[in-house]
Design a protein around this ligand. Sequence first.
Ligand SMILES: [Zn+2]
Length: 245
Amino acid sequence: MVVAGVVLIALALVIVVVAPRVLTRSAWTIDHPRTALVSWSVAVLLGVVGFVVGITLVVVADRPLTDPFGLGESPTHGFDIGVALLAVLAFVVAVRVRPGPEHEAVREAMRSGAAPHRQIDGTTVALVEADHALACAVPGRSGGVLVSTGLADLLRTDELEAVVAHERAHLTQRHAVAVAVAESIERAVPWVPGARAMARSTRVLVEFAADDAAARRVGRDALRRAVLVADGTSALGAVRASRLS
Ligand SMILES: [Zn+2]
C-alpha cells in the first residue's frame, strides 16, 4: 500500500508539473478552447485526488482495518490528524468561489431595473447608460447580459447580436465558475507554478470558447467586426479578431 501511495503522489506531482506546460505551450488550445478548459479541470482533479488518495494510502498502510488511522496507539496521533483536517478545511475555505465586487455592482444595476431592457436575438439585455464600450455577462438568477449604450451605438445590428451571443455563451457554458475556481486556486496556492498559468489560461480560453459559440450563431465576420470595435486595442482583442479571420 505504501508503494501504491507513493506512486500516486508521484503521478499527481507529474500531472501538476506537466499539465501547465502542455496546456500553455500547445497551439491546439487556441483552436479547441473547450477541450483545453476540460483538460485543465481533469488535471486539477487528478492532481488533487492523486495527492489525497496517495497520502491516505501511505498513512493507513499496514494498519488494522478497525483502526486504520492508529488513533488507539498514541494520544497525539488523533491531534495530528485533526491538524491535517484543519489544514484541508483552511485550503477549501481559501479556494471558496466568490463573485467579484464588479459582479455585485452590475447585478444590483440589473435588479434595480434602472437600466432599460431590450430583446436582442432572443436574449433580454440590460442597456446601461455609459459612454465607454462595455459588455458583460453576470451569472446567477438576478444576472444576465449587460451592454453599455456607448458600445451599442457603435455597433451594427448583426455586430450587437454577435456581442450578445458571446456574452450569452459565457452564461450557458458557466465560464464564470471556471474562472472563479482557477482564480481561487491561484489565490490559495500562488507558489504552485501551474496555478498562475491556469488562471491566466482560463481567462483567455473562455473568451475563445464564447467566440466560437457566437460565431456559430451569427457568423465569424460579424463577430470579428464586433471584437475590433469593442476590444480592438487590447492584445487579447487582437488575438480574438485574428482567430476569427
Ligand atoms: Zn467575453
